[in-house]
Design a protein around this ligand. Structure first.
Ligand code: HEC
Length: 228
């Protein structure tokens, strides 16, 4: 399906008058709003979001896979994903059972990178693990398949993309990542092969038993104890 940018613009037009409501409803749904009224997702990415996103992307280890293990923004393929035999230190390709998977090009290139998708689709990839190429551009308000725009048959991102951990960042942090990748780095044209996938698009690999609950319980719970 061709996904047009106009849908997200419609959402923006709808969202701006409801900015006050978003603060009230945050936490009830899947999480798509922001605690601030400037910057993504309601207005254009701010420089503050972009620089905060840089700290997360370089600090979290996104580069282990998406930049061949090299944390250096001077790299000419910065965040361009798997680049094959010429890839240097890290491969960016993985054997997952019988499937070969490839670290995606996260630069804003509009033919080979995440420039093909809207900001909302990249947020949905980070928050819900949904493959942006197979998931409509929509604000998701439920984690139950078939409800609240969550796809009835979700196509999850292939392992080892660690979205089950990334989703626990705050909404503010997730939008900072989107701001940095989509609005803060240069586009690099680098076609990355499609990852292989099982018929359920990894759904059985991403059960709560396998990767933990959708939402981490408030502190302290489980095996946590506060001992200053
Ligand atoms: C251990 C390796 C690994 C790490 C670390 C990693 N990723 Fe990924 N990522 C992948 C792989 C592999 C894919 C491709 C998944 C697929 O093809 O279905 C991917 C896909 C993505 C996509 C979807 C892009 C698209 O075009 O489909 C986004 C967005 C993304 N990663 C962002 C991040 C961010 C942001 C971080 C750090 C916070 C990160 N990744 C860390 C391996 C990794």
């Amino acid at each position: 399906m061709k996904i047009s940018a106009s849908r997200s613009r419609h959402w923006l037009v709808f969202a701006i008058p409801t900015i006050a409501l978003i603060g009230i409803t945050a936490g009830c749904g899947g999480g798509s709003g922001s605690s601030t009224s400037s910057g993504l997702p309601l207005t254009k990415a701010t420089l503050a979001q972009v620089t905060a996103g840089q700290a997360i992307v370089t600090g979290f280890g996104c580069t282990d896979c998406h930049n061949r293990g090299v944390d250096n923004t001077a790299d000419t393929h910065w965040m361009a994903g798997y680049i094959g035999a010429a890839g240097g230190t890290g491969s960016g390709t993985y054997n997952i059972g019988p499937f070969q998977t490839y670290a995606a090009n996260l630069t804003p290139d509009t033919t080979t990178g995440i420039g093909r998708y809207t900001d909302q689709q990249i947020y949905n990839a980070l928050k819900f693990g949904l493959d942006p190429a197979a998931t409509p551009d929509a604000v998701i308000t439920s984690t139950t398949p078939g409800q609240g725009n969550f796809p009835a048959t979700p196509h999850y991102l292939a392992p080892p993309m660690p979205w089950p951990a990334i989703r626990h960042m705050t909404d503010t942090q997730l939008w900072e990542i989107v701001a940095y990748l989509k609005h803060g780095i240069k586009a690099v044209n680098n076609p990355v092969p499609d990852s292989g996938a099982p018929p359920d698009f990894w759904a059985s690999s991403y059960t709560t038993t396998a990767v933990g609950p959708v939402t981490i319980a408030p502190y302290p719970s489980g095996n946590e104890i506060y001992q200053p």
